[in-house]
Design a binder for this molecule. Sequence first.
Ligand code: CA2
Length: 167
Amino acid sequence: MARKEASADLRELPLTAMANAIFVLNGPNLNLLGTREPEVYGTETLEDLKARCDRKAHALGFVVDFRQSNNEGELVNWIQEARTDASGLIVNAGAFTHTSIAMLDALLACTVPVVEVHLSNIFTREPFRHRSYVSKAAKGVICGFGGLGYELAIEALAAAISRAKAG
Ligand code: CA2
C-alpha cells in the first residue's frame, strides 16, 4: 500500500527529517480494511489510518512511513530497515502476530522503540488471538481502540523517543 509514494515523500525530506521517521508496518489482510467485518475492525480503510498517522505525526514533529504487506519476509526486511532508517516502529502484524517467530526475532534485533497495535481487542476474541509473539519485543501494546490506537501509539512512541534523546 502506497509503499512507493511514502518512500518518494520521504526522499524529498532533508536528512534531519529522516531521523524523525516513524515506520508504521501493517501485516496481512489489513489492505482489506473497510470492506468486511466492520463490527470487528471498524469502517476506516487503511488509507484512512495512514491519514490519521500522518496528521498525528506531523503535529508532533515526526514523519510516518506507512506500509502494508501480506508477505512475512517483506515485513521482516522492513523491520530490519527500521534499525537504520527510523527512530521508532509501530507494528500491527495482523495474523502474523500469533505465529511469527521470524518477526519477533527481527523486532528483538531492532534497537529503536517498538509499539504493537491492534484495531480489535485481541483478548476478547478467539483464544488463538490471545498470544502475541510480537509483544515480547514491544515497549507497549495498544489494542481495542480501532484507528485511534495508531494515533495513541504515535504519541507514546514520540514521548519515548524524546525521553531517550534527553538521555
Ligand atoms: O485487530 C487487529 O488489528 C488484528 O491485528 C487484525 C488481524 C487479526 O488477525 C489479528 O488477530 C488482530 C486481521 C486483519 C484482517 O483485517 C481484515 C479487515 C477486513 C476484512 C478482512 C480482513
